[in-house]
Design a protein around this ligand. Structure first.
Ligand SMILES: Nc1ncnc2c1ncn2[C@@H]1O[C@H](COP(=O)(O)OS(=O)(=O)O)[C@@H](OP(=O)(O)O)[C@H]1O
Length: 427
């Protein structure tokens, strides 16, 4: 198992050779993963959540008022972190990047990682996923992507709620200005420079397994630490293929994102070349073999059939559905699957657990740990749930004594809506 894989991986992977004196390099456990939107980031988050649980590493999670995201789309603030989840070594929930605030939360040796996706595929996913929330999309006749792209400025309002899902979402998530003139070369150069300064690795969704190999090397992790199954996919009925010419128009509309993507896609391939094609090829193969073994051990064969949320009997496994118009599919754990590899059921459950449920699970576990470790500390004050947005603008104090101001009803973000939806869906 593990030993033979490690030996195999050394062949052709120079940077994985053991340290001459002290054996294998210790695993790096301090990581900030900027969870960008519609980029396969839930799958990466699930890898990090499972790693954190296995290695007893604390994950910073949002205060209840932010729901399971760090009050996105507001820029990240240390005040958004739940007091039971500090001091933390991992951060991975959705946020708008704010490096100086993140550095207040994480140790100085934290490594920063994010993921980008090809802009046309990403925008098609955003357009479908947020078709009812993002008003720029909602007001398009017949929900037609082509119509939107014919005259984006007719439908897009930069200052409006959820507008960040309709224009240069990657740039926005990274903390940049989504509406900046995309032909301003100095601005784009500055954006790229900032991302290169802050992030040790920028993964690319189209080359997910290769990106994971780089991640594993960066963090000195084992193969077991990067096994995954794909999460948060749309069902085939909700996807559409893009007619010829459409990808170019999407890129033109999201030109800041397109330039970021091109730059970091090229860097990814340079880094893979440095590691060596033989090493990368071997590791990707070993990763896929190990994943197949785990899937067989969990589900008795292939992955269980993808299911619509309503068809998933275990509520802990139902992915959040953004609206009636789009199907996000998930998996059910077969109740009496024969698990030939004797993989414990809980391992399998966590492998396919959606973001909202896993975030809650970790918060529960970490809160218990916190109370055990600090029984004398007063609990943080109770606060109204963000879901009740109809309340007048309100505020409460969090553990640092800062005041968090609730957003007014008209500006509720996806987190608030999600709280409402997931409660309905999960109750
Ligand atoms: N491993 C892997 N490789 C490539 N693509 C993957 C992978 N895992 C998930 N996906 C696709 O990523 C999309 C979901 O992205 P996110 O999880 O980041 O979405 S979210 O913003 O958190 O809702 C969603 O894309 P669409 O199906 O096109 O919507 C998933 O299918």
């Amino acid at each position: 198992g593990h030993f033979s894989w490690t030996i195999k991986a050394f062949l052709g992977c120079p940077s994985l050779r053991p340290h001459p004196s002290s054996g294998l390099k210790p695993k790096h456990t301090s990581i900030a993963f900027l969870k960008t939107h519609k980029t396969a980031s839930t799958t990466v988050q699930n890898i990090l959540f499972r790693f954190a649980e296995r290695h007893n590493v604390t994950v910073a999670l949002p205060v209840q008022a932010c729901d399971h995201q760090f009050c996105y789309p507001r820029p990240f603030s240390a005040r958004f972190v739940h007091p039971h989840t500090v001091p933390a070594r991992i951060v991975t929930s959705h946020m708008r990047f704010n490096g100086s605030e993140l550095r207040r939360v994480l140790p100085a040796d934290a490594l920063y990682v994010t993921i980008l996706r090809e802009p046309a595929a990403m925008f098609e996913s955003l357009f479908s996923y947020y078709n009812q929330y993002c008003l720029s999309f909602k007001r398009v006749p017949n929900g037609s992507l082509e119509t939107f792209l014919d005259a984006p400025w007719r439908y897009y309002r930069p200052e409006e709620k959820d507008s960040m899902f309709a224009h240069n979402t990657l740039t926005f998530d990274l903390g940049g200005e989504k509406d900046h003139t995309p032909t301003d070369e100095a601005y784009v150069r500055g954006l790229v420079r900032d991302v290169e300064r802050d992030f040790s690795l920028v993964m690319i969704a189209e080359h997910f397994d290769e990106s994971l190999v780089l991640l594993r090397h960066l963090l000195s992790w084992d193969l077991e630490d990067i096994l995954y199954v794909k999460l948060n996919m749309r069902g085939p009925g909700s996807r559409r293929s893009l007619a010829a010419g459409l990808p170019a128009r999407i890129r033109a509309w999201n030109l800041l994102d397109a330039q970021l993507y091109d730059h970091f896609n090229a860097s990814l391939w340079r880094r893979l070349a440095e590691l060596g094609a033989a090493c990368v090829g071997r590791e990707v193969r070993l990763l896929r073999q190990a994943r197949d073994r785990l899937v067989r051990g969990c589900f008795g064969g292939r992955l269980p059939q993808l299911r619509l949320a309503a068809q998933i009997s275990n509520k802990e496994l139902r992915p959040w559905q953004p609206s009636a118009g789009v199907d996000i599919v998930g998996y059910d754990l077969p109740p009496n699957a024969t698990r030939p590899g004797a993989v414990p059921q809980e391992v399998c459950l966590k492998l396919i657990m959606p973001e909202v449920q896993y975030s809650r699970r970790l918060l529960r576990i970490q809160s218990l740990r916190y109370r055990r470790n600090y029984p004398m500390r007063p609990p943080p004050p109770l606060r109204p749930a963000l879901a009740r947005h109809r309340l007048p603008v309100g505020s409460f104090r969090n553990f640092l004594g800062h005041t968090l101001t609730q957003r007014p009803a008209g500006s509720q973000n996806r987190a608030g809506r999600l709280a409402r939806f997931s409660r309905r869906q999960l109750s």
